[in-house]
Write a protein that binds this ligand. Structure first.
Ligand code: PLP
Length: 386
């Protein structure tokens, strides 16, 4: 007899993955434009792959130091020094982990006791709430403003005696919003006032089309701030499962216990690949970022001719489309786009109740695919059966 833990009943399967699966089925009979995919459409750059091959053939195939090979932790710290002017002590304040998702889960395990609340700005990434539930915490969502920007004015009223942390994503999946420096400064001020932790998930930090400010730059909040970032999106390395957590030594040493007892270390070959990524030529990141930006700049004016309003993303490779006219009693916005135009997207409701009339589109496809999607949405071409 199966006796699952109660907390498991609160988890839902990932909606973007479920939609991708549905698209694979439908593609057998329909011409679907798939804009659901949440990962780069680039392959990992060659020099990064070569570094992993070399590590494997040089016999670097055993467990590594639990917090990561020292050279990678040093490289991450020097990258933050050079790029963000942020000071982290490499062997004390940097923890290499198997993916940012895993890293965020460690943080929830490390800091949440049953009933503790986590404040999040909508729209926000689907997995946060599930991770909070798994740790018996309570997510407290702040509805987005009408243009899907975070509503900072509501921050203080979302905080109560049970609040433990503010969890940010910057830039935001799904809206592509990039937090202004003053907004981060305000969040830091409120966190200090109420003695809260701030976690900033900066997994898309290098895919930004405007000035980006990292939480790591707020030295005065170092005792209460944790940055999670990694290699999946910036370097097209989703399958390598490699990321890192930056925080003060006291926090890293506690979080590291969870990592030691659950993962031991991140995969050795992935760590050497990440080392090559962060110390090598950065033009690959610039090229990918430029390409996402070009796609955004192609799609936005095309969508302006449709009856759906798109929100201009300032980072990431996503874009939110307002499906205000869709009758949600008969179909969700994503179902509507799929049935009427053969365009697969992810429903905004999965990123929070305030984005229910939106869908998320991914720009992880070629320009022709984007042109085709825009043509369909502008009524020039509707879905076609194969
Ligand atoms: N954080 C956000 C906001 C994401 O969108 C994703 C992946 O989609 C992740 C974290 C996961 O990153 P990783 O591949 O390093 O686990």
């Amino acid at each position: 007899m199966q006796k699952f833990a109660k907390r498991l009943s609160l988890l839902k399967p990932s909606e973007s993955m479920a939609m991708s699966q549905k698209v694979r089925e439908l593609r057998k009979t329909m011409d679907i434009v798939d804009l659901t995919i949440g990962q780069p459409d680039f392959d990992t750059p060659e020099h990064i792959k070569q570094a992993a091959w070399r590590a494997i053939s040089d016999g670097k195939n055993s467990y590594t130091a639990s917090y990561g090979i020292p050279e990678l932790r040093e490289a991450i710290a020097s990258f933050y020094k050079q790029y963000y002017r942020a000071n982290y002590v490499p062997l004390k304040e940097v923890l290499v982990c198997p993916g940012a998702k895993q890293g965020i889960m460690y943080l929830m395990q490390a800091f949440l006791s049953p009933g503790d609340e986590v404040v999040l700005f909508e729209p926000c990434w689907l997995s946060y709430a599930d991770m909070i539930f798994l740790n018996e915490g309570v997510p407290r969502f702040i509805p987005a403003l009408e243009n899907m920007a975070p509503d900072l004015k509501q921050l203080e009223s979302a905080i109560n005696c049970k609040t433990k942390m503010i969890l940010l994503n910057n830039p935001v999946n799904p809206s592509g919003y990039v937090f202004r420096r003053e907004e981060l400064a305000y969040i830091v001020e409120i966190a200090k006032k109420h003695d809260l932790l701030i976690i900033s998930d900066e997994i898309y930090d290098r895919i930004t089309f405007t000035e980006f400010h990292s939480l790591s730059q707020f030295e005065s909040a170092r005792d209460r701030s944790i940055v999670v970032a990694g290699f999946s999106k910036n370097y097209a390395m989703t399958g390598w499962r490699i990321a890192y957590i930056l925080a003060a030594e006291e926090m890293i040493s506690r979080i590291g216990l969870i990592h030691q007892h659950t993962a031991t270390c991140a995969a050795s070959a992935s760590q050497y690949a990440a080392l090559a990524a962060i110390t090598g030529e950065q033009s690959c990141v610039d090229i990918m970022c430029r390409t996402y930006r070009e796609r955004r700049d192609l799609l936005m004016p095309l969508l302006a001719n449709s009856k759906f309003k798109a929100i201009m993303p300032e980072g990431t490779f996503y874009l939110m489309l307002d499906c205000a006219g869709v009758d949600r009693n008969t179909a969700t916005p994503a179902e509507f786009l799929l049935n009427k135009f053969g365009i697969a997207s992810v429903d905004g409701i999965f990123y929070g109740a305030s984005s229910a009339q939106y869908v998320r589109l991914s720009l992880t496809c070629g320009e022709n695919v984007l042109r085709k999607a825009a043509a369909r949405l502008c009524g020039g071409e509707e879905k076609a059966s194969l």
